[in-house]
Design a protein around this ligand. Structure first.
Ligand code: ZN
Length: 248
């Protein structure tokens, strides 16, 4: 089976549509998403509807949590906060009920996969996995072969072999495909669909070929100017539009 794994979408319709089209071209039969469907971007309702219609398996992100009052707005910078206040006004009760139904952690026994937005270490605190020590805290709580995270918007891999040696691969795009097998556990940051921050503005997603035991990172271009126009038109902070051009 081919599974597509999507990180932070951030209400970016164009990026989500392009990623889903690319995933469909590859013949994907299942979609996993690690939260932050909303926040920052101009299309929160559309992105929720699109993923819900595809029956994607999703866990709760910190921006999703904030719009349903599960996380205080004071945890966010002023630009993010302004976008969250706007997002709250845009979403219907039905959308909010859907976000409220999402768990912090999804364990998929059939795929031997765990999904969490930030870290398995106190998932409701949405810690960032961006150092060896924070990755170690997360991977030690991992009960499945694979754990997928988002939150930093920067793709990378951490590998724990034989419960001992620990390895970090900054971006597995250059490595091409990554073989999952043997006595190793892998913690995978899949990057971001709608707001990449690794200086590559293209939308990111990961494919997992469960039969071949292979992971691959993919990047797709999308019409980011169209999103930027709608961000500005909605009265959202223009920095949220500008950063999309640079992948920052
Ligand atoms: Zn995010």
């Amino acid at each position: 089976m081919l599974v597509a794994i999507l990180g932070d979408v951030h209400a970016n319709q164009e990026a989500l549509d392009q990623v889903l089209a690319a995933a469909s071209d590859h013949g994907v039969s299942r979609i996993l998403q690690m939260g932050d469907i909303v926040g920052y971007g101009p299309d929160p309702g559309y992105c929720i509807d699109r993923l819900r219609d595809l029956d994607a398996t999703i866990c709760l992100g910190n921006h999703d949590a904030a719009v349903i009052d599960k996380l205080e707005l004071e945890h966010f910078n002023p630009f993010a906060r302004q976008a969250l206040v706007w997002t709250k006004q845009q979403l219907s009760q039905d959308h909010k009920d859907y976000l409220a139904s999402l768990p912090y952690v999804q364990r998929l026994e059939d795929l031997d996969v765990t999904l969490v937005h930030g870290s398995l270490f106190q998932p409701e605190n949405f810690d960032y996995v961006r150092s060896l020590s924070s990755a170690r805290l997360c991977i030690e709580l991992q009960r499945t072969r694979l754990c997928f995270v988002g939150h930093t918007h920067q793709p990378c891999l951490f590998i724990l072999k034989n419960n001992r040696s620990f390895e970090y691969i900054p971006s597995f795009e250059q490595e091409g495909e990554f073989e999952v097998g043997g006595r190793q556990q892998v913690l995978v940051n899949v990057g971001s669909v709608g707001q990449p921050r690794d200086e590559d503005p293209r939308a990111a997603f990961v494919l997992y070929d469960t039969d071949a035991g292979r992971l691959s990172l993919h990047r797709v271009s999308y019409n980011l100017e169209a999103v930027q126009v709608r961000i500005r038109r909605a009265g959202l902070p223009s920095v949220l539009a500008d950063r999309l051009s640079f992948g920052l």
